[in-house]
Design a protein around this ligand. Sequence first.
Ligand SMILES: [Zn+2]
Length: 86
Amino acid sequence: MKTVPKKFADHARYRRKNSEHIYANAEDYKVCSNCLSVGFQRAPICPICHSYRWYYDTEVVKMIALVTEGTVLPFTAGVAPRLRSE
Ligand SMILES: [Zn+2]
């Protein structure tokens, strides 16, 4: 029987919870146009890649939230955080 290691399962739950919050509050977020990280509206630059170009469209934020909801490994970071090291 295949099982998902606990730390990945825990992280998937954590990301799902964050993604649901971001989706429901998309107006509070924006998406980095360079690395697609989700950032807070007040962030001047992307905390991950230091880009200053953003997508402000809430539909883009919602799309990223939906995509990241189902992934464990981060291809985006920022508000939807990377896997925590122990
Ligand atoms: Zn970025």
